[in-house]
Design a protein around this ligand. Sequence first.
Ligand SMILES: Cc1cc2nc3c(=O)[nH]c(=O)nc-3n(C[C@H](O)[C@H](O)[C@H](O)COP(=O)(O)O)c2cc1C
Length: 164
Amino acid sequence: MSAPFDSAHFRAVLGHVPTSVVIVTGLDANGAAFGITIGSFTSVSLDPPLVGFFPGTQSQSWAAIRESGRFCVNVLGAHQEDMCWRFAKEGDDKFAGIEWVPSAGGNPVLPGSIAWIDCEIETETVMGDHTCVVGLVTSLDHAESVENAMVFFRGKVSSVKHVG
Ligand SMILES: Cc1cc2nc3c(=O)[nH]c(=O)nc-3n(C[C@H](O)[C@H](O)[C@H](O)COP(=O)(O)O)c2cc1C
């Protein structure tokens, strides 16, 4: 019989992999805004332009966003720590007091985001307790003169400075 899997050790080891921090936003079928903090975002393909991320299968926000068939990836700068934690909690009032603007696809672009990537859902594949979501990029842009990006490392937010 194999030893029971140590999920705390799994999380501790994987926590040593620094990740970007994005907030995936979108609208449900009624036009209400939803968002979820995500560290599993990645570029997938250039031709066609595809990106992907992994929401949990229990994510209420992803269940709402996927109704529209679209989403927007908001890439966070180091100055957006409040936003990171706000969208990492369960609940319906994550957008309270936030003045977002619509992307070309109508999805929320959050104030201060250093880049935003609008997508249509291409594929969804359940993998264990998460779903691999791949999006076809429909429009994208970045802010001017970005100095500090946000990274997540060992359970904490930190900053990476552009040197050049
Ligand atoms: C830095 C960071 C990265 C995260 N990355 C992911 C992720 O890739 N996938 C995921 O399912 N949850 C991730 N989470 C947790 C979700 O943000 C959290 O479970 C949130 O409550 C989900 O929103 P929902 O409950 O409204 O669906 C991350 C949280 C943080 C702080």
